[in-house]
Design a protein. Structure first.
Length: 486
């Protein structure tokens, strides 16, 4: 993959982080970095005072760094920011952080030598990957995790950081940006899977499909609603529920009837977050900013990535109703008085067996935890006194991204339970005509979780079904089947 500082995408980050695709700097990026470094050297030669280049940082911004101590200062700057805590970040987050950092440096705005970025590319391509602790960044530059990253990467290098390069390596948001890219990739896939599970819920409940009429989107023209309706219509193509009189109710509970509106709103929310991410992936995040056009170095606040932090908060808020609705639908499918089926979807009425009833409580527990993760964090103010009152606001972007990832992971388990319950209800109802996509989803679920019969216990392990959701296999199989009957 070629990195030029201007065209990195979320898919690029995912391929590097998860598939191990190697990276190379373009010749234009190398030239741009040389030009940016020339501006730095010109500025320093003119005797200018430059934050973090010729001075200390934070409250020590007025303390001059003597020319003969520059290398030692840069190394100490990195070492003294290694205050991260907690478990190490996954290899995929470390790889994602590296590609985001290299692309940021490739723009020339950080004023580092191209040799530094090329060394980081070698670490990314060939290893060993640095150990990066996952806790300790307030998102006003990911100082702690990036200090771990920089120290680990430089430990294998022959070059030492020149003036300003120590700061450039840690005073940006590559860690939060990479974490956001991976979390949003998973969130989009979760929403597609939620469509599939929701469509199977409609089949299992014997729902009224008038709620999916194309006129719904024409009368309420949200893009996400239109996309959701089209997806659900395709998944349910050829379902017997489209036949006149097939629906059991004139109006179903809101979690069934409003499924397109809830999922559509989540789509629009995630689309907004992905737009913000696309800008951030190729934006200058450091301080100072090297402006080659005017041959100047400016003190700025580009490490404040509040646009992305707010979008990540919004993403979690948008996903929470998707999960609460899924949990409520599966609970209703377990209630015999609502479905006309045995309570708990047991094999027959009148048995002292729980069937799948206890899965309802587990789904509620998972959903409650996911819902709590939706609390926004981008308005947090941890303190206004750090660094003599200079560092008086934060974005908490790494926490916002981590909570989105945690919510997605919980959501995958909620959907796995939903699929088990819906498949059981479909089998108990004895539906002969499932939709093209829902039939494929039902068969895939049944390939890893068998129908619970009389006297049988609930499936002990839903991990294979969780894996089908996480990998995107569930959506791929259902969509492929839907496309065959278009």
């Amino acid at each position: 993959m070629l990195l030029d500082g201007n065209h990195l995408t979320r898919d690029d980050v995912v391929r590097v982080a998860r598939a191990g695709e190697p990276v190379t700097l373009t010749p234009s990026a190398v030239e741009r970095m040389r030009d940016g470094r020339d501006v730095v050297e010109e500025t320093l030669a003119a005797g200018a005072t430059v934050y973090g280049f010729t001075t200390g940082v934070g409250e020590r911004k007025r303390i001059h760094v003597e020319p003969g101590t520059v290398e030692a200062f840069n190394s100490l700057l990195i070492a003294n920011h290694r205050v991260g805590q907690g478990p190490p970040a996954t290899d995929e987050i470390v790889r994602g952080t590296l590609v985001c950092l290299i692309n940021l440096l490739a723009s020339g705005n950080a004023g580092v030598r191209p040799e530094l970025a090329q060394h980081l590319a070698s670490v990314l391509n060939n290893g060993p990957l640095p150990t990066v602790r996952s806790r300790g960044s307030v998102g006003q530059a990911d100082l702690a995790p990036l200090a771990d990253l920089a120290a680990g990467a430089l430990a294998t290098a022959d070059l030492r950081p020149a003036a300003g390069e120590g700061l450039a390596l840690i005073d940006n948001n590559a860690y939060a940006t990479a974490s956001a890219a991976l979390a949003l990739d998973d969130a989009d896939r979760l929403l597609e899977s939620a469509d599939v599970a929701g469509a199977l819920d409609l089949e299992a409940f014997g729902a009224n499909l008038s709620a999916l009429d194309p006129a719904v989107a024409r009368a309420r023209p949200y893009p996400g609603l239109q996309e959701t309706l089209l997806h659900l219509q395709a998944l349910l193509r050829a379902s017997g529920l489209w036949a006149p009189g097939a629906a059991r109710n004139l109006q179903d509970p809101l979690t069934f009837r409003c499924l397109p509106q809830v999922h559509g709103a989540a789509r629009d929310g995630l689309r907004f977050a992905n737009r913000q991410l696309a800008i951030e992936l190729n934006a200058a995040q450091g301080n100072p900013l090297v402006v080659t056009a005017s041959r100047t170095v400016r003190s700025v606040g580009n490490f404040d990535i509040i646009p992305l932090a707010q979008a990540l908060d919004f993403s979690r808020i948008a996903l929470a109703p998707v999960l609460t609705s899924a949990a409520e639908r599966l609970e209703k499918l377990l209630q015999g008085w609502l479905t006309g089926l045995p309570a708990g979807l047991a094999s027959a009425e009148g048995l002292a067996e729980d069937g799948l009833a206890e899965f309802g409580l587990t789904a509620q527990a998972l959903t409650a935890e996911a819902r709590l993760l939706a609390q926004p964090v981008s308005f947090e103010l941890t303190t206004s006194t750090h660094a003599a009152g200079i560092e008086d606001r934060v974005t908490m972007a790494p926490l916002a991204a981590r909570r989105l990832q945690e919510m997605v992971n919980l959501g995958e388990r909620v959907l796995a339970i939903a699929l088990v319950v819906a498949a059981q209800a479909v089998d108990r109802r004895g539906l002969a005509r499932l939709g093209s996509g829902t039939r494929a989803a039902h068969a895939l679920a049944r390939s890893v979780v068998r129908l619970q019969g009389r006297g049988q216990v609930v499936p002990a392990d839903l991990e294979p079904l969780v894996d089908l959701i996480h990998s995107g296999r569930l959506v791929a199989v259902a969509d492929e089947a839907s496309a065959r009957i278009s």
